[in-house]
Design a protein around this ligand. Sequence first.
Ligand SMILES: *Cc1c(COP(=O)(O)O)cnc(C)c1O
Length: 464
Amino acid sequence: MTVKLLPVFQQLLNDPVVAALAQGGETAWFRGQPIPVADGIERSGISPATVADARARFQRFAPWFADRFPDTRPAYGVIESPLVGAPSTQRALSSLLGRDLPGRLWIKRDDILPVSGSIKARGGIHEVLQLAEQLVAGSFPLDRDGYAQVFTSSGVRKTLGAQGITVASTGNLGLSIGIVASELGFRTTVHMSLDAREWKKELLRSRGVDVIEHDADFSTALIEARETTASSPNTHFIDDEDSLGLFAGYAVAGARLAGQLAALEVPVDANHPLFVHLPCGVGGGPGGVTFGLKLAFGDAVHCVFSEPTRSPSMSLGVRSGLHDQICVEDIGLDGRTAADGLAVGRPSRLVGQRMQDLVDGYVTVSDERMKSLVSLLQDAEDISLEPSATAGFTNPWRILSDDAYLAAFGLDEDCLAAANHIVWTTGGGMVPTAEMNRYMEEGRNILLHTDGADAEVTDSAEIK
Ligand SMILES: *Cc1c(COP(=O)(O)O)cnc(C)c1O
């Protein structure tokens, strides 16, 4: 592939990782030296109190969720997903990849999070609740027991109905925000990028959400949405490239996961490392979850981001040091991927810069690999995932073959045998059956015609 790049970007190709990203191949690179988590959190400039605040807000709204969303009732309105062991997948992948994975493989099932069936039910919903509280506080009594009544009362719905919420999305963020904002009574507008699936738009329209379709990628749709909103009165724009409200909502997952692991008597410490594998689009979801995990587990948790080879915006932003000043088109990639949830060309301003001392590695994954994993997961675990949600599944094996990383972090054989790997499955629960069947069939064909989509991986280079 020869691409004509601007001189300023051409220079970046001297870096082997950026060069590999530009070639569209699978890459993996990991932190060269540990940075104490306490320092990383300090340097992020993000206060842990932000996360505690979000956690309390979800608690206050739990009675309202239990009232309005039946799928939250079994947990009394708390929006949380199960953590499940995945021995069948671990076996299937070990045999496909030709190497046994020591330790245990788990799946954190955000694909079946209540309300909207994706990880966006954490961040997206949180920012909507934050705004609703702000607008109502002062005019209506807000004691915890009254949340279900207050937010269904006609007075409050009228107040919120005079307010607009606008968001740009590749699909799932719009779905989460649209479903909850419309339920609260907000005038809701969702700008969808060209990757967004049709059923997501239809579902939102059926709930009275105004869906605006863009024949452009996510980054462009977002700029247009931001500009239109600036001139609309009483309208709040939820900015996926730069939102602490979204970030804080995602971060609540950290303490929740700590509780789940403790209940299952899974130790996490220097001798029992925890690896968490997170699909990454703009970076808000994996960034927020990583922040929450580092708060909960400190240096014992390793967080690795996965992106599509055709749209590795976070890898590129962090590796080049240019963050949101560079997009995947600048190195000749088209950004088009079957992983629509991850089809983001320019990374989050908030996450790339502030979280760079806390993220341990970046991996890129081909569309073929993700598609084949959709089928593999269906067969091994009987779970239905969208392609984006599978992006982390082969990373544990990737880490295993990275001697430099293992040495730098003192991860010896005993440590790895006692390790736990959690793959975060970020979406799929609401995908219509016909669409799911198409994913499945495509994936099966790929599995049949390759040796498990085990493509050539560019050797890891260190971060810093
Ligand atoms: C949005 C999304 C992600 C990643 O979240 P970002 O905040 O965009 O990084 C991962 N998986 C799915 C299914 C998503 O919809």
